[in-house]
Design a protein around this ligand. Sequence first.
Ligand code: DGY
Length: 326
Amino acid sequence: MKKVILTHRYHDEAVERLRREFQLVIAANEGPDLPAVLRRHADAEGLISFLSDPVDRAAIGGLKKLKVIANFAVGYNNIDIGCALERNILVTHTPDVLTNATADLAMALILAVSRRLVEGDALVRGGGFTGWQAGLLLGKELDGSILGIVGMGRIGLATALRARACGMKVVFYTRGPKPQIEKKYGFARVTFLELIRSADVVSLHLPYSPSVRHLFSRDAFALMKKDAIFINTARGPLMDEEALAFALENNELFGAGLDVYEDEPAVNEKLKGLKNAVLLPHLGSATGKTRRAMAMMTVQAVRQALSGKKPLHLIPEWKERLRNKM
Ligand code: DGY
């Protein structure tokens, strides 16, 4: 049986399937030091990783037989793609199945921040609700306001459609043109500067790479409207957490809703102390249905790759490589 390493336990059904078809090693059961566990299983041919696992040159250097890395996430910035391509190791991810769950969460954060849901919940639990008041926890209305989507991929579009149902107008920023989105939905593509200056809510939906580290910097936050809302369900390093905390503390923004952080699981202490920040523990894809589908996709990817087939959900860099070979 071929050896497959799963870094942490996940959906039971997927684990059972893996056990039936492969010699399965659950790395977390063997200790917290993943690179050390990987070194002990140098004959592994498949690796199923979590977004929190750094799968870099050093970690996989000893896995000379490795043929596939199946990331249990749609984002794969935890993997050294250059190294995987160099070594001809296939890399897959889990697109589509988590689009709705993640867009729901982005919309939930937009609503939570604009209507101050967490502050209201804390007030009631703390015994501070003493009766209806005309000025209690006034929020912002979404109808007629502008949502700026940064990165109009699957999740960006699904979020935009949810926001449209709340009466929001949508503009978006992408590096390349998206004429079909503009034509089909009437959403306008604008420059990054136009977006951050005009949007009432800015929501991030782009993949992370070092070229977009701190895209949201002190300068970017300063250019946003003074009562704007900032939402990040994509990746933490897209924003400078310290700069965001400064903007929120100094009322340069109305509020922020975050599901991701620069250095997870650490969260900037200043952000934790701010009432106008809603902070979630990376729950974007966290529904039972979605997590099951993601796990099954990783099983399928490993099965396909280790039986010599082309996995269905290769990352774009791999698809491009195969296109160029044709
Ligand atoms: C992903 O899959 O990249 C998401 O961040 C998971 O919630």
